[in-house]
Ligand binder design. Structure first.
Ligand SMILES: [Zn+2]
Length: 203
């Protein structure tokens, strides 16, 4: 359960970061990490169009470099994008200076004020430096769609069990998550809509 819904002591390690934004209306924030990927991202975009909802894509800079047309497609279809570093690097494995360089290199392609750290790992000085330039968007629900030990139904059940008003929900438009995400996302969206949730974008 600590993976699906991060506990308070994890949340306080990232002061100023956003995990959840409760509002008077029922709303949630749908997010996708690790794209853009030609085989997956356009499929997700078509699905989101079908349900007429918008999401935020935290992109890996190197994927944006490789697939600029797909990145453009995300923006043109009304979704927001955020920075997920250039090489999907973990802050705790990098010196702060090098980590920030990697983030800035991604920003040269992504041009967003939103940032999400890969694996949720950052050193404190990295958090402090990045929050001056970016809104750090963490998460309230991790679907674990990337896990080979998960099934599509398991992913759907995570959404049903943990989503609450204002939740930031994480899926992945990655090859690793394809098997679970593609099957779980349509029923998850339908369930969320049936519960009366609106799909919001970060300001
Ligand atoms: Zn990631």
């Amino acid at each position: 359960m600590f993976i699906e819904q991060p506990p308070w002591f994890y949340r306080v390690m990232f002061p100023g970061a956003i995990w959840r934004i409760p509002s008077p209306e029922k709303s949630i924030y749908l997010t996708f990490d690790d794209g853009p990927i030609p085989r997956i991202t356009p499929w997700v975009l078509d699905l989101l169009d079908k349900y007429d909802i918008k999401a935020t894509f935290f992109c890996v800079g190197d994927n944006v470099r490789k697939y600029p047309d797909i990145y453009k497609m995300i923006r043109e279809r009304g979704h927001h994008t955020g920075n997920h570093t250039y090489n999907h690097v973990q802050g705790i494995r990098f010196r702060t200076k090098n980590y920030l360089q990697n983030v800035n290199k991604a920003n040269d392609l992504i041009h967003s004020n939103l940032f999400r750290p890969p694996h949720g790992h950052m050193r404190f000085p990295q958090v402090c430096a990045l929050r001056k330039q970016y809104k750090i968007i963490m998460w309230d629900v991790v679907t674990r769609d990337y896990s080979p030990h998960m099934t599509p139904n398991g992913v759907l059940n995570v959404v049903k069990k943990y989503t609450r008003n204002g939740s930031v929900v994480v899926f992945h438009d990655s090859l690793k998550a394809e098997k679970n995400m593609c099957k779980a996302l349509p029923p998850a969206i339908e369930w969320l809509q049936d519960q009366g949730y609106r799909f919001s974008l970060f300001e």
